[in-house]
Design a protein around this ligand. Structure first.
Ligand SMILES: [Zn+2]
Ligand SMILES: [Zn+2]
Length: 241
């Protein structure tokens, strides 16, 4: 049984969803706690009840969530939004590159076909753009457009007092497939951009609930071992390293 509890990673940053925390289908989702609680991704339809319990364990209700910033439009990262919307006015923010797939519930480009589930049609409230600064908790996140896994993949830069965290979704150790619109050239360029940001820690889409330290070196590894990306991405990070 997954544990039903949020895990504090650093400062206001919590892991609230993931295959260990909510449901085996779920990608990691992160909460930035504070005056304006924000989720980065929100897991799958199947994991929503556990995500909700995990949020409540740190005193955040679904109603408190102001916005959900999505790393990309995949079932395991986003479909839980359909349940969240039933009890929250949270806005969904997603890059334009994945918008059409999500709004039309495309079974391939949302990766729903991998889970034998229908993707719920979801309206996107705002588009994420490269360089956009978004209020989150008591701070700001900066959006970095990192296409490659999907055209609309985004990463989020969170500068804490003593560390720079990049929340990358599947841009780090995700899977490559033409059916989801992956592009190797874009992806390499995106990893180069993340390396240039010289982060202290990574919070990725599929891993135990943890920060990955020595982050710039890990990004260089990911760039150098790009062939790994052509494997399915649900093989967990911790089994590969
Ligand atoms: Zn994923
Ligand atoms: Zn993905």
């Amino acid at each position: 049984m997954p544990r039903k509890r949020a895990v504090r990673l650093a400062g206001p940053l919590y892991a609230v969803s993931g295959d260990r925390l909510s449901h085996p289908f779920d990608a990691n989702a992160y909460l930035i706690a504070g005056r304006e609680p924000v989720l980065i991704d929100c897991g799958s339809l199947d994991g929503y009840d556990a995500l909700r319990r995990n949020l409540l364990s740190v005193g955040v209700t679904p109603h408190d969530i102001r916005r959900v910033l999505v790393t990309h439009g995949h079932f395991d990262h986003l479909s839980g939004m359909a349940r969240l919307r039933e009890e929250s006015a949270a806005e969904l923010w997603l890059h334009a590159g994945d918008r059409e797939a999500v709004e039309s519930a495309d079974p391939e480009r949302t990766s729903a076909f991998l889970y034998d589930r229908a993707f719920p049609k979801l309206r996107v409230d705002r588009e994420l753009r490269d360089g956009l600064r978004v209020p989150a908790g008591d701070m700001e996140l900066r959006v970095v457009h990192t296409p490659g896994h999907t055209p609309g993949s985004s990463s989020f830069q969170l500068d804490l007092d003593d560390m720079r965290v990049l929340i990358t979704g599947d841009t780090v150790w995700g899977g490559f497939h033409e059916r989801i619109g992956s592009d190797a050239k874009d992806w390499r360029r995106s990893l180069d951009r993340l390396i240039e940001l010289d982060p202290t820690a990574l919070a990725i889409g599929h891993s135990r609930p943890m920060l990955i330290l020595d982050a710039t070196a890990k990004l260089r590894d990911a760039r150098a071992q790009f062939g790994v990306y052509f494997n399915p991405w649900f093989k967990p990070f911790y089994l590969r390293t």
